[in-house]
Ligand binder design. Structure first.
Ligand code: PEP
Length: 259
């Protein structure tokens, strides 16, 4: 079975409402005009929480364009001022939600166990998690990156059933490549993606592992996407900076080879 090809844009804390709506509507128009559904690429727009409801209204049905949030709280509801729950996201509805992004891990102290709690709530609500993992530079320099990322996935994902895991999208994002302009080489990306897939296969079997989309994230742009997406185990990208420019985002989405 062919894996789902996905290009997801993580807008982070950028764009006011007017700018966000104009970016979303440009991306949607270009996608409808230029990305034939025969290419089977799914786009996910992940604007800030505030914009979700308005962007939802712009997304046409049946065009392979989906709405995602950038985070959710790890408790179902309650006295957590300023937070947003999986249930609230479902009520919009959103289709996907990014969890475990390295910026959340670094600035908000999110651990693998906390990410697992978020994942459970999202799956309960029928929202597909985009689970981020990836190593910092010292870990890569110490040559322990493969074990480190496998451990992240073990601690956040391995309590799931196979059916639940199939709803999860994994995004491998080496921290040293995020927002730095320094991209992993296609060999580095492929090595990690294949390693992650083999790690999943060890627990869930080859068939299940072969169905999981694993995205690459970290300074992906129209100039390097083609080489990255040509790798056997790279199923698309989680795009930060380049998702803020509609033309760049769409060019990245057009970068899949026929494989
Ligand atoms: C990200 O933060 O998810 C990301 C991939 O950012 P960038 O593309 O800007 O490196």
């Amino acid at each position: 079975m062919a894996r789902q090809k996905i290009v997801a844009g993580n807008w982070k804390m950028n764009k006011n409402m007017e700018e966000g709506l104009s970016l979303a509507s440009e991306v949607i128009h270009m996608a409808v005009d230029e990305l034939p559904s025969s290419q089977g690429v799914s786009l996910v727009l992940n604007p800030p929480f505030l914009h979700l409801s308005a962007v939802r209204k712009l997304i046409p049905a049946g065009k392979g364009i989906y709405l995602g949030a950038q985070n959710c709280h790890h408790k179902p509801s309650g006295a957590f001022t300023g937070e947003v729950s999986a249930e609230m996201l479902k009520s919009l509805p959103v289709d996907f939600t990014i969890i475990g992004h390295s910026e959340r891990r670094e600035y908000f102290g999110e651990t693998n166990a906390l990410v697992a709690e978020k994942l459970n709530l999202l799956l309960e609500k029928g929202i597909r998690p985009i689970f981020c993992c990836g190593e910092a530079l010292p870990i890569r320099e110490a040559d322990t990156h493969l074990a480190y990322v496998a451990q992240q996935s073990t601690e956040s994902l391995f309590h799931l059933t196979a059916e639940q895991l199939k709803q999860v999208v994994i995004a491998y994002e080496p921290i040293w490549a995020i927002g730095t302009g320094k991209t992993a080489t296609s060999a580095q990306a492929q090595e990690m993606h294949a390693h992650l897939r083999a790690h999943l296969a060890g627990k869930y079997g080859v068939e299940v592992a072969s169905e999981i989309s694993i995205l690459y994230g970290g300074s992906c742009n129209p100039a390097n996407a083609q080489e990255l997406f040509a790798c056997a185990d790279v199923d698309g990208g989680l795009i930060g900076g380049a998702s803020l420019k509609s033309r760049d985002f769409i060019e990245i989405a057009k970068s899949f080879p026929n494989k």
